[in-house]
Design a protein around this ligand. Structure first.
Ligand code: HAS
Length: 565
């Protein structure tokens, strides 16, 4: 009898289990996911409208501007959707792989975190809608928003710290009860992700609380523009890994179970996450290669370190392909590529994430171009960068999050991801990929021709160069339209999974992969967090101490506020 026939399945082929999440845990997790769903819809709508304006198809009413929509798009998608979804997903995996449930204290921390993040989001969104916070998601000074906009963002951040504290507490409790054992991979990776997050976000918190908020309330007249930007990017590049790492958790831990294979190695994923803790912070200056105020040496050093942060992603690429190949061969796949045909292409939980992985090949290559000191002069502040992050966070990360939602919501709601919903999810993925190719890839070409990012529609006095961007803009607009259609389809699938899909007596399995028998135990040093936190802080001091010191002692007079809208 094959091991597959021992598994109990529902009529749609989903594996069933006796494990049930506690009601209190389901409420906490689903409230986060629900908030994320609202955020992606509103953020996507703002994206569609601003793209139609930028493509020259519509004129916006006087009470709504391009930059307002661009701010809403950025804040709601990359700050709000990601953070809420990630916290919901991480809480679910911590509960499932550690004690089977969260403790009442951890739930309390989770709820405090949720309410702070929700209140912060509501304040910031209200101010964007009333045109009081039109400073984009990077809130660069000296543009100044209403001070409460920054307070809203600070609450979002502080809320995420409470949730992180809850997850650290869950992990510490488990370690105390299981002395000498290495922790389950999901929990290990969650702790690593949150260490990275806390380290990086402390810098932006310092900037917002001590520099920007006092200036925005008028308590001090001027702000040090260079310092706020450097502190933002200290946080900003690690932020992109805060989005990426949960996707990696899914690839390393959950997908092996979905493809019917095993986790290739128990050490490589841990090493990957340690390398990301070390190298994702001391590289933020690669976002400022073309800005004044920092000596070229420090920029160059961070470019070198950026090349180091590429390594864990390459390790991931090879590890995941190894998992797929072993799974495909175990199912009878022959020859060089025969194993590929054995992968579950018709299962959206795999297909959507795989599409994300493939998009990371051009997305990651674009990142390496961006971080090359000389090439950055060609692409900085152009649509090339916008294309890059639509292929990375907009494809790799969100396609993986969609794949997660296709089993996480059914696990929580005890509803069935039916064959029809699965088919719709496959269509949704295809639409997303087509939309992103038309939009994200074409943005790269348009950027290479000089089309600037963060600018409303303009023909720049019918300049010949600007006119050459128009046809690209049209294709990009079509891509954006397809993406919005995909969001509507996604919303339909999610609403079905939340309220209308058939109920099942037993819960669908929460897919946690098993490590391959031949894989050795991970070296204990990989779980000595104090060592890695220490090295990470040391690297950041090497990369940042002198430039930040120079900015402070340079006695920059600072800037008064500007309101450019
Ligand atoms: Fe980036 C700008 C450099 C990765 C997001 N990036 C941005 C911005 C965002 C962003 C949002 O150096 C704009 C910020 C703003 O508003 O100004 N980025 C990099 C580099 C990487 C990188 C070197 N970025 C990301 C990821 C993001 C993200 C990931 C989101 C999640 N980025 C930059 C730079 C800038 C920048 C500059 C500033 C530019 C400027 O001038 O403003 C690397 O981490 C990329 C490494 C990745 C790879 C790919 C590995 C491939 C994998 C897939 C394997 C496939 C499989 C499928 C398994 C080398 C893991 C199997 C396939 C078969 C065919 C079988």
């Amino acid at each position: 009898m094959s091991s597959d026939t021992l598994v109990e399945r529902d009529e749609h082929g989903n594996v069933l289990t006796d494990f049930n999440f506690e009601k209190e845990d389901r409420n906490l997790i689903m409230t986060h996911i629900g908030f994320a769903i609202v955020a992606i819809f509103l953020g996507g709508l703002a994206g569609l409208l601003q793209l139609m304006q930028r493509s020259g198809w519509i004129s916006l009413p006087s009470w709504l501007t391009y930059y307002q929509l661009l701010t809403a798009h950025g804040v709601l998608l990359v700050l709000v959707f990601t953070t809420f979804f990630i916290m919901g997903y991480l809480f679910s995996g911590m509960a499932r792989t550690l004690n089977g449930k969260l403790t009442p204290g951890v739930r309390k921390l989770g709820w405090i975190g949720f309410y702070l993040m929700a209140i912060g989001t509501i304040i910031a969104t209200f101010l964007i809608l009333t045109n009081e916070g039109t400073v984009l998601y990077t809130f660069y000074t000296p543009m100044q928003a209403n001070p409460w906009f920054y307070v809203g963002l600070a609450l979002l951040l502080v809320g995420s710290w409470f949730s992180s504290a809850g997850m650290f507490a869950t992990y510490i409790q488990w370690r105390r009860k299981n002395k000498g054992q290495h922790s389950p991979l999901f929990a290990y990776m969650t702790v690593a992700t949150l260490i990275l997050w806390i380290h990086a976000s402390l810098a932006v918190a310092v900037s917002v609380v001590f520099l920007i908020i006092p200036w925005a309330f008028g308590w001090v007249p001027r702000v040090d523009v260079t310092l706020t930007r450097v502190l933002f990017w200290y946080f900003g590049h690690a932020l992109v890994y805060f989005w990426l790492l949960p996707a990696y958790i899914y690839w390393y831990v959950n997908i092996p179970q979905i493809v019917g294979g095993k986790i290739f190695s128990n050490s490589l994923p841990r090493l990957t996450f340690i390398l990301l803790i070390l190298f994702s912070v001391p590289v933020g200056l690669h976002h400022q290669l073309n800005e004044p105020g920092v000596e070229a040496f420090w920029k160059f050093l961070q470019v070198v370190l950026t090349m180091m942060v590429v390594v864990p992603s390459l390790i991931t690429a090879f590890s995941i392909i190894a998992t797929f190949e072993l799974a495909g061969r175990a199912k009878g796949g022959k020859g060089l590529f025969g194993w590929l045909t054995k992968l579950p292409w018709k299962d959206a939980r795999f297909f959507a994430a795989f599409a994300g992985m493939v998009m990371f090949i051009p997305g990651g290559a674009g990142g390496i171009i961006n971080s090359s000191y000389q090439l950055n002069q060609m692409v900085h502040n152009t649509w090339f960068i916008t294309g890059h992050f639509h292929l990375t966070v907009g494809s790799v990360v969100v396609l993986t999050f969609f794949a997660i939602s296709y089993w996480l919501i059914p696990v929580m709601t005890k509803r069935v991801f039916t064959k029809r919903l699965n088919q719709l999810a496959i269509v949704q993925t295809i639409l997303w990929v087509i939309g992103m190719i038309l939009m994200g890839v074409v943005m790269h070409f348009s950027g290479l021709k000089g089309a600037p990012r963060r600018t409303a529609y303009s023909t720049y006095g019918d300049h010949e160069l600007a006119l050459s961007w128009l046809s690209y803009g049209q294709v990009i607009g079509v891509g954006g339209g397809i993406l919005f259609l995909a969001i509507v389809l996604l919303l339909y699938i999610w609403i079905k999974l939340l309220f209308f899909a058939p109920k099942s007596e037993k819960t669908i399995e929460y897919p946690i992969g098993v490590v391959r028998e031949k894989a050795g135990d991970p070296p204990p040093i990989l779980e000595r967090w104090t060592v890695w936190i220490g090295v990470s802080i040391a690297l950041s001091i090497i990369a940042y101490a002198v430039p930040i010191y120079q900015i402070i002692v340079n006695n920059d007079p600072g800037s008064i506020p500007f309101r450019s809208w």
